[in-house]
Structure formats: structure tokens, C-alpha cells
Design a protein around this ligand. Structure first.
Ligand SMILES: [Zn+2]
Ligand SMILES: [Zn+2]
Length: 145
């Protein structure tokens, strides 16, 4: 089966679900994933500082944050998460804490975060999920031109 390398766009033959044409491209993908992880983590720490999050809160631990967003796939629309810290707050009027950012509703993409805002509950978002997944596939982009 012909495939396109998701790093260099070269086409290559593969029968298994391989996404990269070479070990170099695979390493580059890992490095860029690590870079975006580090950027998100730095932003989250700034936000926690600003919100004066309790220093004992598990969200201060990188391992906790990594376990929340590790899948890289939005729980609502099943698209890859983009920029930002990718955390959804159960109660948007409260700050970011481990309790307010539970695993069942994280990570979340910017698109779904914008749709939910402070108008829909997490449960309503899950009721909307089949449509969100469908709309994401239909539009294949973040914003309509
Ligand atoms: Zn490649
Ligand atoms: Zn989403």
C-alpha cells in the first residue's frame, strides 16, 4: 500500500499502519511531539501560578498532566488536539485543578473547548459527541472560510 510520510510527505510502501518513511522521520515526529508537550506544560505551569493553584494539587505533577493529555486525541470530536494546554474544566468558572480537569473529559481540542465554552456541560458534550465527530470529518479544518 502506498503511503505518505507524515513528516516529509514522501510516499513509501507499507503494509502495516506505519506513518513515517524512515527512522529519521519517526525520530523527528517524536521530537516535535516532545516539543509541543514541553510548550503545553510550560503554559499550564504559568496558568496554575496565576490561578494560585494549591501546590499540593496533582496537576502540578508533569506525570499527572501527561496522563491526562497523553492520548493526543480530543475526547469529544476524536481529532488530534492542537495548540494550547488542551485541558477542559468540568466547572469553567473554577480554576485548573486535578479535580476540575478529570480524565474522562480530557484532553480536549480548541474547537470543542470553544463550542462548550461555559454554555454546555460535559454530559451534554458527550451527548453531542457523535455529531461533533461527524462535523469534524465533514469540515476537515478548524475554521470555515
Ligand atoms: Zn519521511
Ligand atoms: Zn474536539
Amino acid at each position: 500500500m502506498k503511503k505518505l510520510c507524515s513528516v516529509c510527505d514522501d510516499s513509501f510502501e507499507a503494509s502495516s499502519p506505519i506513518k513515517y518513511c524512515s527512522a529519521e522521520c519517526r525520530n523527528e515526529a517524536l521530537r516535535s511531539r516532545q516539543r509541543s508537550f514541553n510548550t503545553r506544560w510550560a503554559s499550564l505551569q504559568r496558568i496554575l501560578q496565576k490561578e494560585k493553584c494549591d501546590p499540593r494539587d496533582p496537576l502540578w505533577k508533569f506525570s499527572h498532566y501527561a496522563s491526562l493529555i497523553g492520548s493526543g486525541i480530543c475526547v469529544f470530536c476524536e481529532s488530534p488536539i492542537e495548540g494550547g494546554i488542551a485541558l477542559d474544566r468540568e466547572n469553567p468558572s473554577l480554576g485548573h485543578t486535578a479535580a476540575n480537569c478529570p480524565a474522562r473529559s480530557n484532553p480536549v481540542c480548541g474547537w470543542c473547548n470553544g463550542i462548550r465554552s461555559n454554555r454546555l456541560t460535559v454530559d451534554q458534550m458527550f451527548r453531542l459527541k457523535p455529531l461533533l465527530v461527524e462535523f469534524r470529518k465533514e469540515n476537515k479544518c478548524q475554521k470555515l472560510k
